[in-house]
Design a protein around this ligand. Structure first.
Ligand SMILES: [Zn+2]
Length: 695
């Protein structure tokens, strides 16, 4: 470990602005975070005791505290995702409890809450902008959900339940992880791996316990990690092995030391009690109190609307699969089991569309894709994106840097892009982080508000063998998705930090801009405009484009029903289900499955026991958000379809309206109002059903 004196000055203690990534060391975290907390504790205490109950006296300083914490701890958390070294992980875990403790203190301060209420009920209220009013209401609501209104025994019980739930959720997710890792099927004979694609063989050889395993001759270890489990179920020709692997997967954490059954029941009981202490009937009501969906009924209504078309479509998907299997002489019609359907769906897909993701790659060099995406951004929103990599350093040499300019040429935001997978230090998946939010509390030298900074992190295949980075079509969609999040953050027209960009956007509305952008990948001129074969420069052949479009809706009934099954199960468990009644979570699982799943079911299946989204993540009574936002994004895209996708002027006009409403207003206005500003009416499901081929 280097001497402290040889370290660059601590970038965590720098004033707000773009982080000085190259100067950052794990050794900075402990002194940086401690100093920050000490400083914030003092200003918070002063605020509690002395601040006048005005926006400038209380809300502004409160926002400064939040902003400071986001800058410092947000930077550390961001680097945990992209520069995850053992040293950083260790110090992150060490400092996290004090951050959590300080956050709880902020949320539960009765003195601050009283001042906020005084502003809410006082004369100043009517002079605040609608965005400020909404920001203040959210602060009050969050404080109530944090238990600020509780006293004595109720407060003690509330805090105890919170602690217990946090602990249970950690145990739940550890059990899932441990039971996932506990299974491994070591295969040694070639006939056991028949049909498996080369990428899976490579993965399985690497996972093998044998040190001299090779992708060609094995041995191969099949694990329950999703990147292994999914392709194995789709491609293994050994029905007996598929059955074995499926059963292991769907019964994870349901027996022995790692059994989550009791934790599920306890979680549901404790959440119900928490809800009651806060004055709600059940946990679903608590969850929905800060979402766009007005109530449990509205969610039920949406899910049911999708189910009545999704369910018969899923039945047709199943019949098609059975018919296809039968033409291959492979199985009795009645005998399509859960471990057979992924396999036969994949065979049917191959026979119908005859292309793979790998066939598309050569047409999508990274640079060309970004060109196409930026041209679209310019056309739709009048915003230009300029690559200025090198002018401001990122956290890794792969990271590029862009500035966004409005039609007048003024800079309005900037963006870091970290596109490629790295073996050691980078978390999997793709996400957008807000580095800095637009905020007039922190003016620049020219007096304008601080500009937003976004980070997009992906795990695309890096450039290999002297070729440029070549993306699959799925990766192109991911790029558009994350850029959609970043656009909402960067094109915000709001400069009150509480509600600018993606801040304060409801959970079930936040995927609107991201999924909206994905639709453009199926727009022929847009897609063709970002293809160029990396050797010949030729655009994507028209027939391949047609196949991409046709494959988009393949078995979407089945996919819809799977999502509805999770959404409905989650909602029922957190609303109608009473943990103290005769009914068990398994009964609820069965009741929901009958309405949402077609075909044979494995009676010992325990999907709830590994449903981390709702028992160890933030999705409790919120899993429906995926579908809810998809309705919004499809309907928003339909506005462009109605205006005419061939009509440039119409696209520009509609794009301008989208930029001024959905992207521009973000969390400063109720999401339903923002949607109506753009669309002129409430959302409908028609477009989603049509895009999914279910209309
Ligand atoms: Zn997203």
């Amino acid at each position: 470990m280097p001497e402290t004196s040889t370290l660059p000055e601590n970038p965590l203690l720098a004033p707000t602005g773009i982080a000085r990534f190259p100067d950052f060391r794990a050794e900075h975290v402990e002194p940086g975070v401690s100093a920050m907390l000490e400083e914030l504790e003092t200003s918070f205490q002063e605020l509690e005791e002395k601040a006048p109950a005005t926006w400038e006296g209380t809300v502004d300083p409160l926002e400064r505290i939040g902003d400071r914490m986001n800058f410092v701890w947000g930077l550390v958390a961001h680097l945990m995702g992209v520069q995850n070294t053992p040293a950083l992980r260790e110090v992150y875990e060490k400092m996290q409890p004090s951050i959590v403790e300080f956050s709880m203190k902020l949320g539960q301060s009765r003195q601050i809450f009283d001042k906020l209420e005084m502003i809410r009920n006082g004369e100043e209220w009517s002079t605040l902008s609608p965005g400020q009013q909404r920001g203040l209401d959210s602060l009050l609501h969050d404080a109530r959900l944090s238990g600020v209104g509780l006293d004595g025994e109720a407060k003690a019980r509330f805090n105890q339940l919170k602690q217990e739930l946090a602990e249970i959720s950690t145990r739940f997710s550890n059990n899932v992880l441990d039971s996932t890792k506990a299974f491994g099927l070591e295969l040694t004979d070639k006939d056991q791996v028949e049909g498996l694609p080369p990428s899976l063989l490579a993965f399985a050889a690497q996972a093998s316990e044998s040190s001299d395993a090779t992708p060609e001759s094995g041995p191969w270890r099949i694990t329950l990690d999703f990147p292994c489990f999914r392709p194995f179920m789709q491609h293994s020709r050994r029905r007996d092995l598929r059955e074995q692997v499926y059963k292991a997967f769907i019964t994870r954490a349901s027996a022995g030391e790692q059994d989550n059954s009791e934790l599920i029941l306890q979680t549901l009981q404790k959440r119900r009690e928490l809800a009651a202490i806060l004055g709600y009937k059940n946990w679903a009501e608590v969850s929905l109190s800060s979402k766009m969906a007005p109530d449990v009924n509205a969610v039920h209504q949406l899910l049911e609307e999708l189910r009545v078309v999704g369910f018969p479509a899923a039945q047709r998907d199943l019949q098609e699969m059975i018919d296809h299997a039968r033409t291959q002489g492979a199985l009795d019609a009645e005998d399509m089991q859960p471990w057979d359907s992924p396999f036969w769906a994949e065979r049917l897909r191959e026979s119908r569309f005859d292309f793979t993701q790998e066939d598309l790659r050569p047409y999508f060099p990274m640079e060309k894709v970004l060109d196409g995406l930026f041209n679209l951004t310019k056309k739709l929103f009048g915003t230009s994106v300029e690559d200025v990599t090198g002018t401001v350093p990122g956290w890794n040499e792969d990271v590029s840097y862009f500035v966004l300019r409005d039609a007048k040429g003024d800079q309005i935001a900037s963006l870091f892009l970290d596109p490629y997978a790295r073996s050691a230090d980078k978390r999997g998946g793709a996400w957008m982080n807000d580095g800095l939010g637009k905020n007039s509390l922190f003016p620049q030298e020219n007096g304008q508000p601080r500009l937003p900074v976004a980070y997009i992190v992906c795990n695309f295949t890096p450039p290999l063998g002297g070729k440029p980075a070549l993306l699959t079509f799925e990766e192109v969609e991911t790029m558009f998705h994350e850029f959609g999040h970043a656009l909402q953050h960067m094109l915000t027209q709001v400069d009150c930090g509480l509600v600018s960009g993606i801040e304060n956007v409801e959970w079930d509305a936040v995927e609107l801009p991201s999924q909206f952008m994905e639709n453009w990948c199926y727009h022929e001129p847009t897609l063709m405009g970002m293809t160029a074969h990396h050797e010949t420069g030729a655009p994507l052949p028209k027939e391949l484009f047609d196949k991409i479009v046709a494959a988009r809706t393949f078995h979407s009934g089945t996919a819809t029903c799977r999502q509805l099954n999770f959404a409905l199960l989650d909602l029922e468990l957190h609303s109608s289900f009473d943990p103290d009644s005769e009914e068990s979570p398994i009964n609820v699982q069965e009741r929901v499955a009958q309405k949402t799943l077609v075909g044979n079911r494995y009676t010992e299946a325990r999907p709830l026991n590994s449903f981390g989204h709702i028992f160890a993540g933030g999705y409790a009574a919120g899993y429906y958000s995926y579908k809810w936002a998809e309705v919004l994004s499809a309907d928003a895209f339909a506005a462009f379809e109605e205006a005419g996708l061939e009509d440039e002027a119409a696209i520009v006009n509609t794009g301008k309206r989208f930029a001024e409403t959905v992207l521009g207003l973000g969390g400063s206005r109720k999401p339903m109002d923002v949607f109506k500003d753009f669309r002129g009416r409430e959302p409908k499901t028609d477009a989603l059903l049509r895009h999914s081929g279910l209309a």
